[in-house]
Write a protein that binds this ligand. Structure first.
Ligand SMILES: Cc1ncc(COP(=O)(O)O)c(C=O)c1O
Length: 466
């Protein structure tokens, strides 16, 4: 029987086909906006793909190319303004191929040194954006959720280690109602309670944190192991009062984690950098390069003020692992600072793209996302059928189509998506005057290739359909 691991002519042909697909895809500036089909429908279209003897690479690739990929949304589509879109640089995508082709184990220096070296250079740049001290560092994770979880594990471990009595105490963290859902769901993973303060879509301030602390019972105050602030809420781009919150956490000796998964890219943008002041006081920070730093999925990052605390919390021990800690093999071991052991060197594509283009191009591309939001706001202000619901924050634009109900927004979203025109989804916004939740439209810009015409055409699609 033919081996899967041998080189043969079929493999050479397959390599050419894969390269051809890749080149076509990355040179396509306006890929078709795919839309989902039901699983039953997809099965009907492609049939059984996993069989005893295989269907052959050519057939599998053509099914993917001709049917399956068309049922996916290219996140870098210039009119994809939904959720937090993405726009990996072509250099980073190409290096993602190299990352895979190189088969590198990224957990330990012993096996991954050269690649971890590259990740570390990219990490140094991330750390420099935050203003954390030189002693701070971090590691790349699979995304913001895992970065948040890794930080929480470290924060709680550190808190527990400080007092014997805390070993049996159920832990508690404080965050805002606007914090990302992953913060609350990762609290479930570590079985911690959460106190969420403030109002949805509102900034959490130092004063609010101070008052919340004052309102805690003695035992709850003792149970508190971290405050989680957000630098760029997913819904509206709101940045908490990091300076004020950091002051309170410093005085009260509480771990401060800042979730900048989405907003973190904007640390590189001089026009808004001041809005993050205070982030340099954090004990840990989440930044997702796969959001606003143009990396392919998946790539998150967790940064720590004190790496030794992360190591104490995360470093895994086992008979077959001790060689990694041996002096002869020792170097920086990413597995020691986050929850994952075996890991892809997922910071490599970011490193290559940064090395190739330089940090200034990153700055310009991020500034462009901020500018696109301003452009959208200006158009909304002069169009009589739409109005802003709050000023732009970072690259998030929340606006209302006058006279529309939730069903209108829903239909508009599906119509634009199904016709391959754009992906723009509605969201909920808490109306400050009424306190009620209202369905509104939301743009989030990441892709620097989005044009003013793209924005205007999407806005006009709300008018034509009235
Ligand atoms: C503020 C914030 N935190 C965390 C996350 C979760 O990140 P990920 O989806 O990479 O796990 C997101 C995702 O949108 C986010 O916007």
């Amino acid at each position: 029987m033919k081996s899967m691991h041998k080189l043969d002519i079929d493999l050479v042909e397959m390599t050419m086909d894969v390269m051809k697909y890749t080149l076509n895809r990355i040179s396509n500036t306006s890929p078709d906006l795919g839309a989902p089909k039901t699983e039953t429908k997809l099965l009907e279209l492609v049939g059984d793909t996993i069989t005893e003897n295989g269907i052959g690479g050519e057939k599998a690739l053509s099914l993917f190319k001709d049917v399956l990929v068309k049922a996916t949304v290219p996140v870098d589509h210039p009119k994809n303004f939904a959720f937090v879109p993405a726009s990996p640089t072509r250099a980073s995508i190409l290096f993602d191929l190299i990352t895979s082709a190189s088969s590198i184990h990224g957990a330990y220096w012993m096996e991954g040194a050269g690649a971890i070296f590259c990740e570390n250079r990219a990490m140094e740049w991330l750390v420099s954006l935050t203003g954390l001290p030189d002693t701070a560092f971090g590691v790349f994770t699979s995304g913001g959720t895992v970065a948040n979880l890794s930080a929480m594990v470290t924060a709680r471990h550190t808190w527990r280690e400080k007092k014997e009595s805390r070993k049996v105490l159920r832990s508690l963290m404080l965050t805002s109602k606007s914090a990302h859902s992953s913060v609350k769901s990762m609290a479930k993973v570590i079985d911690a309670d959460v106190v969420a303060i403030g109002l949805e879509d509102d900034k959490m301030t130092g004063k609010m944190v101070r008052e919340a602390l004052a309102g805690l019972s003695e035992i709850d105050r003792e149970r508190l192991f971290a405050v989680v602030a957000t630098a760029g809420t997913t819904n509206a781009g709101i940045i908490d009062d990091l300076k004020g919150i950091a002051e309170v956490c410093d005085q009260e000796e509480i771990w401060l984690h800042v979730d900048a998964a989405y907003g973190g890219g904007a640390l590189a943008a001089p026009s808004v950098r001041h809005r993050f002041n205070g982030i340099e006081k954090a004990d840990s920070i989440t930044i997702d390069p796969h959001k606003w730093l143009f990396s392919p999925y998946d790539c998150g990052a967790i940064l720590y003020r004190d790496m030794t605390l992360a190591e104490e919390a995360h470093s895994q021990k086992g008979p077959y692992l001790s060689i990694f800690k041996d002096e002869g093999a020792y170097g920086f071991n990413p597995a020691d600072y986050q929850i994952q052991l075996t890991r892809r060197v997922r910071g490599l594509p970011l490193w290559f793209s940064l090395a190739m283009h330089g940090t200034k191009r990153y700055q310009q591309a991020i500034e462009r996302g901020l500018e696109l939001a301003q452009i959208a706001e200006r158009h909304i202000d002069v169009m009589d059928f739409v109005e802003m619901v709050r000023p732009v924050s970072l690259s998030c634009v929340l606006f209302r189509r006058k006279g529309w109900n939730p069903e209108d927004y829903r239909e508009w979203t599906y119509r634009n998506h199904q016709s391959g025109f754009a992906l723009v989804t509605p969201t909920q916004w808490r109306n400050k005057e009424t306190g009620e939740h209202e369905t509104v439209a939301r743009f989030c810009f990441i892709n620097p290739d989005t044009t003013q015409d793209d924005i205007v055409s999407v806005l006009e699609s709300m008018h034509l359909d009235s």
